[in-house]
Design a protein. Structure first.
Length: 479
């Protein structure tokens, strides 16, 4: 009977995940829609058919931009996905030319980029011959990063349909074994964390039909319910925050539980969805903790993903599922791209390198009629940008070396030379000099030492002068 009950429970989980169950959100649909628009407006200054700025595209391959692109895809909002995919390709190709390729410890960088590339309509198993989806679960030792690697490795594998059942089973088993006695999961310590527990539920949700996984999820869901606060929210490592609410919403949706109506997740009439929406700052996005008056990038990203999860749940789908059969649009080298090339041909900065590489990647894929002319102009601009970047890198190294050598007044000429070189850099590139603060500190140190010497010399002069006067006075009276 126990086995039969367990199988029925697992079957029920599968059905609710597959078909979404009977839904009737207590949270006002208009409230959710307004929260979504608020976050999009804060992040992009737009709420539909989002146009990505060059600054945003230049951050392709970083969490700040990648997660927003993933959220847009999951929400069904249009964006400049083709341009972003091109920039992401350029980033991956460039990083793969280095010894460590991507992050030396965090395999989650591979996993995030896999999801972002899927969000852009691309195939992460073939980025100019690079299979970043597979590399994300084979090139790094997950133990170095810990539980996060197993969680996102499994999510990325499933999203990209990576064919490696042995590795998939290894990740599933590792997550199951990491469950604590209280039913939760954590990155460190002996008690569960709601945020981490929610993410494990998300990763394991596609396997809910398995008896062992079903029991693991059931215990984890009970842990979330027991650790929900009286105001409907959650704390992570002692801090009540928006992101933990968002992850709980995504987790519950992933296993067919209505996060806005299920009595296990409504405390004092307040659901976890209600609690998450209390972090919204109108027309700007979401804050991390309620006492904040400014929006937080991560909180906004995760709240958008939670809203997307609610929408997908209503449609009987999970978050982080992508239409892998969609056709990617052929990249076009637009007139805006041509205008950028003209600008860079006139004036190039070291900080333009990522935009230039993105333009080159787009050019190579689009192959417009004026390909040869643009290729020459771009190659010249890239060479100039790389030359400037090398000069800045060398300056940075020299500042660092002098700063750590114990600078003194005798280094005044060296400091002036470094300052002159720093001041010759255009304002746009000055931010690339990471040791600029050390240069200012060295100048202040030398100026302070110079002042001390001047004061000391002045005092000596005064003392000597007084001594001379006293001697002369004494001689006068001795006479």
């Amino acid at each position: 009977m126990i086995k039969l009950f367990t199988k029925l429970l697992a079957f029920t989980l599968v059905l609710t995940v597959s078909f979404g169950g009977i839904r009737a959100f207590a949270a006002d649909e208009e409230q959710l829609e307004n929260a979504e628009k608020s976050a999009l407006n804060g992040a992009f200054g737009q709420t539909e058919e989002i146009t990505f700025s060059e600054e945003f595209i230049d951050k392709a391959g970083t969490p700040s931009s990648d997660w927003l692109v993933i959220a847009l895809n999951q929400l069904g909002v249009e964006g400049d996905f083709d341009k972003y995919r091109s920039a992401l390709s350029a980033y991956v190709i460039q990083k793969y030319e280095t010894e460590n390729k991507l992050d030396v410890v965090k395999s989650t960088e591979w996993h995030r980029i896999t999801l972002a590339y899927l969000a852009c309509g691309g195939d992460p198993t073939d980025i100019d011959g690079i299979n970043i989806a597979k590399d994300g679960v084979t090139l790094r030792d997950f133990e170095r990063q810990g539980l996060s690697a197993y969680i996102w490795g499994l999510i990325a594998m499933d999203a990209a349909n990576v064919e490696s059942e042995d590795k998939r089973r290894e990740l599933v088993d590792a997550l199951v074994k990491s469950q604590l006695d209280d039913g939760g999961f954590t990155l460190f310590g002996n008690s569960g964390d709601p945020d981490v527990t929610a993410m494990v539920i998300i990763a394991l949700s596609p396997y809910a039909e398995e008896e062992k996984i079903s029991k693991t999820i059931e215990k984890a869901v009970s842990f979330l319910s027991e650790n929900q606060l009286e105001n409907g929210g959650f704390m992570s490592y002692g801090v009540e925050n928006c992101e933990s609410c968002a992850q709980a919403v995504i987790a519950l949706c992933s296993v067919g539980i209505d996060p806005d109506n299920d009595e296990r997740f409504v405390k004092n009439g307040i659901s976890v969805v209600d609690a998450m929406l209390k972090y919204e700052i109108k027309d700007l996005g979401f804050c991390h903790v309620k006492s904040d008056s400014e929006i937080n990038g991560m909180a906004t990203q995760q709240a958008l993903l939670a809203i997307a999860a609610l929408k997908k749940y209503e449609a009987g789908e999970r978050l982080y599922t992508f239409n892998n059969e969609q056709e990617t649009n052929a990249l076009e080298f637009s007139n805006e791209d041509r205008e950028l090339v003209r600008q860079f041909s006139t004036e190039t900065h070291a900080s333009d390198i990522k935009t230039l590489e993105r333009l080159l990647q787009t050019l190579e894929q689009a192959k417009p009629d004026d390909y040869d002319v643009i290729k020459i102009a771009l190659s010249s601009a890239i060479s100039k940008a790389e030359e400037l970047r090398e000069e800045i890198t060398q300056l940075d190294k020299e500042i660092y070396k002098l700063y750590n050598s114990g600078v003194g007044i005798g280094d005044k000429d060296k400091i002036e030379d470094l300052e002159e070189r720093y001041n010759s850099i255009n304002d746009k590139d000055k931010s690339l000099v990471t040791n600029a603060g050390s240069l200012e500190e060295m100048r202040a140190r030398v100026n302070s030492e110079t002042r001390r010497i001047i004061i000391a010399v002045s005092l000596i002069v005064v003392v000597v002068a007084c001594g001379v006067i006293l001697v002369k006075t004494k001689k006068k009276y001795d006479l």
